[in-house]
Design a protein around this ligand. Sequence first.
Ligand SMILES: C[S@@+](CC[C@H](N)C(=O)[O-])C[C@H]1O[C@@H](n2cnc3c(N)ncnc32)[C@H](O)[C@@H]1O
Length: 403
Amino acid sequence: MSSSPPLQGPHLRERFAALDAFLLEHQDLWRPKPFTDLHLPWEARHPDLSAWLRSRTLEAAEAAHARPNDLDAPAPFSTLAERSRQLIALGHFDTKALPAVPARFSVDVPGRKWQQIEAFAGSLDFAAVPRHWLDWCAGKGHLGRRLAQDGSPLSCLERDAHLVEDGQALSDRLHLNARHIQQDVMAESVARHLDAQHTPVALHACGDLHVRLLALASAAGCRQLALAPCCYNRIADDRYRPLSRTARASPLTLDADDLRLSISETVTAGARVRRQRDRSMARRLGFDLLQRHLRQCDHYLPTPSLPPAWLDRPFAEHCQRLAGERLALPASIDWAHWEAAGWRRLADVRNLELLRGLFRRPLEIWLVLDRALYLEERGYRVRLGPFCDPCLTPRNLLLLAER
Ligand SMILES: C[S@@+](CC[C@H](N)C(=O)[O-])C[C@H]1O[C@@H](n2cnc3c(N)ncnc32)[C@H](O)[C@@H]1O
């Protein structure tokens, strides 16, 4: 871990420019998706890397997934990995010890979520003492409650009525000065809940939801806010609309598929979920190879997503369902062959994705820096760094903004 401070001041802009250049220069490596393209254009230019990745097992890919930068793969992998490593290095917030809270505060909070909350709250070191916390897309408001344990007022905005009701009950039980409000934060009416006295906090508010917070909080004159964004791909538009003037001036264009790369790290799944996910993907890929063969057409055919129960049915039935009305499947199909081909292809896909993995965190930091620069343009001093270890959540970037 680095002992340097979070990214701030001119370094935000400098890092953005460096990431922008890196992503633009290597678009041909990270845009094509191994899941949908049988052969990736870069493989002809880097045959050694391609052959090496394609020779590896699914288990080897899984082991390298969270840390692709450490992989000792043929050129140009190591050079790119080293550049990526430099670009994603971020200093840490000085974490402070929080006053302990009674165990009642963490009742009903899943263990990992509570650790995220403790780390998030421990990273907040605003110069001015917050007067009124505003938990944005609060769920049951666990984060807000942790912050308001000292008696400061708390408002929690959340769309889901059950979460609002449960959250209010939890806060009442602890005699906190908290109001849980049912509110769609995308609606016009949300503006009435935000004023200059509020310190908004948002832990894992998705795409448009946190972008809206940045716009409204800066317009309302909030002096400070803290945001850990997630799901950059959850946006209403087909294309990403950069927020800052700096990002708007970049030629880098991103669609929802590209944005998905920034959140493609999965560290939290248990063994059972992973097995299920692998089986589902192997079957989809097996079906994909089969449909290409039957249709004599080398294009990916999008398939409906099906409940996990389908994985317990025979592969043949599963394929019938994926094919639907679009494709007649002849009786003579060698199902064992296509199922095995799907598993082999899954190993290739996962290993080829390790190259894209080198651009995953750079893209995420590019997106968060767009938010940081947007806030800077609105007069905030902004700091960016991780608030917890990625094993607690891969979406571990925190923006602190003050003006
Ligand atoms: C990923 S959860 C995060 C919840 C909480 N901040 C946490 O970290 O546990 C996102 C929350 O946003 C809420 N949400 C989704 N769309 C919303 C909207 N339009 N307005 C308000 N809340 C919304 C969801 O119901 C959900 O509780």
